[in-house]
Design a protein. Structure first.
Length: 213
């Protein structure tokens, strides 16, 4: 089974990565879906069905449980693992599935690097954040900011956030294939600081996750 990584974080928590090579039928056999899960899966089309299944298999492998816990969504649509107190977050990109779990709010994002991200930079980055970008590392650096905003959005979990105004990443210089920064989610009476971590994987995927400070 291609669980290609499962590691404990420096803080309490863990991350896992799964290379999706299996068929939908294989995942179905492993997971033995419950009726409510089958109903959710029936609404999904194409390869997204396999990604949906892979995320559940990955989180189960990470949990170390014999009995699999199902994903339960709260009123905002944020997933939680049945009978577990830890927070979880999942992401998919180009046959890779990523997941994070921790005792405090967490979020994760994985994206294959694409040049077209430069077209949408003003949609998700503030002027201050954009000022930290440099031409020779533009695509990689922009994907860190994008992954940070996505993971913070998931950690917040209540939707309806403006990526430029409600989610602020402390501007930082490109630090190489691994690095970190600080970030803030502020909306209404909600104000929470986070630490952002990123890793460039195989020179073509950007893995980013956030942990609540």
């Amino acid at each position: 089974m291609p669980l290609i990584e499962h590691r404990t974080l420096a803080t309490e928590g863990e991350i896992g990565l799964w290379q999706i090579t299996e068929t939908e039928e294989w995942f179905q056999q492993q997971l033995s879906l419950k009726k409510e899960e089958e109903a959710q899966l029936a609404k999904i089309k194409g390869f997204r069905r396999v990604e949906w299944l892979a995320a559940r298999q990955l989180v189960h492998e990470m949990s170390g449980r014999d009995k699999r816990g199902i994903f339960i969504k709260d009123k905002f649509g944020k997933p939680h693992l049945e009978d577990a107190e830890w927070h979880i977050s999942i992401s998919h990109s180009n046959h890779l599935s990523a997941a994070i779990a921790g005792p405090n709010p967490v979020g994760i994002d994985i994206q294959k690097l694409v040049a077209k991200i430069t077209r949408i930079i003003p949609r998700f980055m503030s002027d201050l954040e954009q000022a930290s970008l440099e031409e020779d590392t533009l695509i990689r650096h922009a994907h860190v900011y994008w992954g940070a905003k996505e993971s913070l959005y998931k950690a917040y979990g209540r939707k309806e956030l403006d990526l430029c105004h409600h989610i602020r990443v402390e501007p930082f210089a490109w630090q190489g294939p691994k690095g970190k920064s600080q970030a803030l989610v502020a909306k209404g009476d909600y104000y929470q600081e986070f630490t952002i971590h990123y890793e460039l994987r195989d020179s073509e995927f950007m893995l980013v996750w956030c942990e609540e400070n």
